[in-house]
Write a protein that binds this ligand. Structure first.
Ligand code: FES
Length: 257
């Protein structure tokens, strides 16, 4: 883990109010794993006391990486106003990462909204390791759909669900997941990230079908390094800190509220 000033190489609005920031930071890019996150100071002159956690979306060689974020409040609004050439204060890489067993032969990635962020990086790892995978992405409508950067290569394996049917399946991503299970070979493992209600549904369906499932939990975080307990979640082995014990958890371990 390093605490570093990272230069903004690019800011791209990839969907309405959803941005990709490309940061020059060899020290993080060289070691970050899919599923890990960085803690970023938003705004100028310590305008916001608390940093915001963002999953690493892609790693670009050993020199740069990208984060993906949606404008949901003042901190992310300030981050959206950053420009190419600006400097960001970043701590990372933090947390654990997705584990991919050597025996995995067929995987399914399920994203809800901005939950596509860590799954893109994981998809690149799976692709490099020649592990087949399908991708299901749920969002409100086509204007909120984040392009999946491997789409051109695996285009017939990326499926969207939108609430209004403006892109792909009309309905929720969990409905699309159920349909997908009926029509396709059962995956060995599911990796998922998105809103908690969606994660719970995916976890329950996976359990019912006897499929291993790993999820990336999102929680508000203060310190990001395990000291403040602001990010705890309930698991079958007690309370865990999402920032250091996660954010990736075995779904069967989570006690849902
Ligand atoms: Fe402080 Fe996780 S954010 S313990």
């Amino acid at each position: 883990m390093v605490h570093i000033k990272a230069k903004v190489l690019a800011k791209i609005e990839v969907a309405i109010d959803i941005y990709k920031l490309r940061l020059s930071c060899p020290k993080i890019a060289a070691s970050v794993l899919p599923g890990q996150f960085v803690h970023v100071e938003c705004g100028k002159d310590r305008e916001f006391i608390l940093r915001r956690p963002f999953s690493v979306h892609r790693r670009l060689g050993g020199n740069a990486f990208e984060i993906l974020f949606q404008v949901v409040g003042k901190g992310t609004r300030a981050l959206a106003e950053i420009e190419k050439g600006d400097i960001l204060d970043v701590i990372g890489p933090l947390g654990n990462g997705f584990e991919v067993s050597d025996t995995v032969k067929n995987t399914l990635l399920i994203a809800g909204g901005i939950g596509v962020a860590p799954l893109m990086f994981l998809a690149e790892k799976l692709f490099a390791g020649k592990i087949p995978f399908d991708v299901l992405i749920g969002c409100a409508n086509c204007k909120k759909a984040v392009p999946f950067d491997l789409q051109n290569i695996i285009k017939d394996r990326v499926f969207f669900a939108t609430d209004d049917g403006s892109l792909g399946f009309k309905g929720t991503v969990t409905e699309l997941f159920l349909n997908h299970l009926k029509k396709n070979e059962k995956p060995d493992v599911i990796y998922t990230c998105g809103p908690k209600a969606m994660l719970k549904q995916v976890a329950l369906i996976a359990e019912k079908h006897g499929i291993a499932c790993f999820l990336s939990l999102e929680e508000r975080m203060a310190c990001g390094i395990g000291a403040c307990l602001s990010c705890v979640c309930k698991t079958k082995s007690g309370q865990k800190r999402v920032c250091v014990d996660g954010p990736i958890f075995d779904a069967s371990e989570i006690i849902w509220e």
